[in-house]
Ligand binder design. Sequence first.
Ligand SMILES: [Ca+2]
Ligand SMILES: [Ca+2]
Length: 211
Amino acid sequence: MRSNSHNSFGQRLFLLLVPLLLMAGPGNGQYRIDWYTIDGGGGTSSGGPYVLTGTIGQPDADWCVGGPYEVLGGFWPGGPIPAAECFPSCRADYSEWLSVGKPDCWCYDRQCHGDADGARSGSAKAGYYHVGTADLNVLIASWLVKEPPFGPGIASVPDGICADIAHDRAGSDKSGYYRVGPSDLNILVANWLKKEPPFGPGIEPDCLDCP
Ligand SMILES: [Ca+2]
Ligand SMILES: [Ca+2]
């Protein structure tokens, strides 16, 4: 039934397109087909508050360019699929993540608690902890490094932005801004060597949670 309705829709579309193309003619050199599909079925279905409009069995799903012509085929609405972002846009500090160049390390689920390197230390016998010397070392290397024109900027320190634990900057227009300072250190200190259960309370892996 769905296939029949789809075919009839395709036939209607075809009948609509042909006269339009004929009317357009080659005279003005401008060809345009806004929407067309070669496929094996699909359609619109719904359940409760959800509506899905999809196409299945598309042999033409791809993006290609030739001279002045471009075809965005398949995968509504077509075209290159943007890479998924690891930092959720629902968070209040999302704009801050964008402003510092989308660092991957802010996507560690305990980075906002001081885990600058995304790694844990310790052992099964003595217990593991996520915030320790390795993280402090990144913070020390980034400590009070001023942004241009007052300094080389946090980008000059390898993984330096990972030590911006509070996702903030401090300073002023007059003296310059820095990304890693007391607000970041305070969080790191609060979680210093905090053991994971059953050896301690652990650190919640909630840095990517939405409010
Ligand atoms: Ca760590
Ligand atoms: Ca900071």
